[in-house]
Design a protein around this ligand. Sequence first.
Ligand SMILES: Nc1ncnc2c1ncn2[C@@H]1O[C@H](COP(=O)(O)OP(=O)(O)OP(=O)(O)O)[C@@H](O)[C@H]1O
Ligand SMILES: [Mg+2]
Length: 389
Amino acid sequence: MDENFNIVIIDEDENTGKIIKSYLSSNEKVNICGVFTDFETGLEALSKIGKCVLFIDVSRNFDRAVVQIKNIKDNYKDVFVAALSDKTSTENIIKVMRAGAKEFITKPVIQTKFLEIIEEIKAEYFLTEQIDTCKIISTFSNKGGIGKTSIAVNLAVELAQMTKEKVALIDLNLQLGDVATFLDLSPAFAIDYISDNINNLNDEDLLKAMTRYKNTSLYVIADPLNVDKSQDITAEQIKKILSALKKNFSYIVIDIASNIDSKTIMALDYSDLILLISTANLPAIRSTQRCMEFFKKLNYGSEKTKLVLNRYMDNEEIKTPDIEEVFKQKVYWKIPNNYLTMMSAINKGVPVNEINSEANISVNYKTFAAKVSDYLITERLSKNFYNKQ
Ligand SMILES: Nc1ncnc2c1ncn2[C@@H]1O[C@H](COP(=O)(O)OP(=O)(O)OP(=O)(O)O)[C@@H](O)[C@H]1O
Ligand SMILES: [Mg+2]
């Protein structure tokens, strides 16, 4: 670890700089490159310093600060941003993290908590430890034809569109998956090739073996081109693929097959969020109930498993409160029934948004993606941040 740990502080209140400096005075290899009370001067210094951790106060003029963080992340890839604020509403924290900040530190800055956060930033800065910011979202149901693929595909497209971050979409329906068809892709390589070669593919090779969706930040791993290849793919190989993707992607969306085998369980285990898909009719509710019982045995809590009702209609005979009563869990999201838009999207091989961006289902998917992304950021923060308060 010969590299210096460079630090820049931008805060209108010059006391913050003094406090942070004093907290770091005994910290090895820390190099405080500059303390600025004015943003423009601080930004100018950033362009000369290169790799550094920037502590930036967002308490005053919050909206402007969020834009500034976004600009910094767009222009200076090596700058780790840690936001400081005396206003800690969840909404503010999410906005700042979405703009690209890695940490959110409450003011007044308390020494022990600050030093704990510094250790985490240091680990990532020196790459001694991979900080796990990639999140895995799965769509699952033990019933076929319920909407797993439609949801995985449209959610992944919207996540990529909204965050502009890299999103991987994996088809784990290894015998005749539908993801490539739903997006009209003709993959040159598929999951069988990637599984066979996972030990030898570097990050660049892996990305090349995936199929990019148009000009977006969404990359797809399709089901095997030959059905007979599906049997050769192991749970261990899938685990390796997920680990490799986690290094370079912000989100991984997995369309999981309905049958419960070792691959399904591995993917479910690895997921941060399982969207358990159901519909408001008795057979679907019964099988979702069985699925919930199975998840309980696997020790999945309600923070990991969320109930999604697909093809929802306002005049359903079985009402949402009845369903919630059965599952003893809130319905996380409802996707409206819109057969014409959905069928047209599938037949044309595009997301629903491209058929009609104003259709209820398209608007719903946009809001859904925002909710999922906000939830995952909040979960990450509650683990990395709130428990340090
Ligand atoms: N919100 C919706 N409104 C209307 N139709 C829908 C909706 N979501 C999905 N569908 C329709 O339901 C059918 C099944 O969807 P999909 O293929 O996504 O389900 P699946 O669970 O992936 O199925 P499988 O188990 O075969 O993989 C499709 O024909 C699709 O058009
Ligand atoms: Mg499917």
